[in-house]
Design a protein around this ligand. Sequence first.
Ligand code: ZN
Length: 293
Amino acid sequence: MPAFSCRSLTGSRLRAPELVSMTNAPTPPLADAHVHLQEEVYEGHLEDIMDRARAAGIAKMLSNATHPGDWELTLGIARGHDEVVPCLGVHPWFIDHGIEDWLEGLRSLLEESGALVGEVGLDRINADASLAEQREVLSRQIELAQELGRPVMIHCVRAFGDLVQVLEDHGPWEVPFLMHAYGGSVEIAERLLDMGAYFSYGGYVLDDRHKKARRALRATPSDRLLIETDAPAMLPPEGFRTHVLEGDRGRTWNEPANLPAILGGIADLLDEGPDELRRRGWENLERFLGGAP
Ligand SMILES: [Zn+2]
């Protein structure tokens, strides 16, 4: 496994843009590593959103449920749309029942559907549940994922020390896990990488206030990097919004069709061609879904 800071080992910086275009390779499909298609703000708009995503070249999306109340809807959306890979879990913002109330239900839906596990994680800022409760909920879901051999989607806000501890306690990892919207340090990323982490980045890194996340992005090994929209959340900065969904009370929402613009911005930050980043994003997601740690 390459060291976290050795991105250039893969040679992506050595690939001249003219060499890429000389191959005349078709534009690779796009993979959105993290979305929430079941969100209420998409109700009544989902087919249009999916049409715009397809028109934008997106051929795969990992769609994350967040609590027992949206598991069935997430599975239903995946059944109706070939490009959607469902992920089921309890997000740290939505811990409001004892684990015994939902863990067996999660197990049977995972077994039946083949879904991945997500979105799970720790959040020191935005969750009502204590960090101790969050750690317990996360641990039980990780154990389930490891038992069933399913990749895991992880959310973490200002709780990276705790997260590394929980993940190390569950090592060695034989299923891959994905750090969605990664915003931690390069040092933490190195420890996560030692356990087999993949890292996904979205529109927030295009805002130059996110300096720490940008450092991590640039240090991420090319075979561990994925791109996401987190739609309908995380509308990218102006200049990277090709699609804006108007919601109630003047609110505006992100959608997967913004992925090409976000990917283009991230490719610029990495000083590489967008097609190369698309290709890597696709290959990395395939490998992740194939269960490679
Ligand atoms: Zn999310």
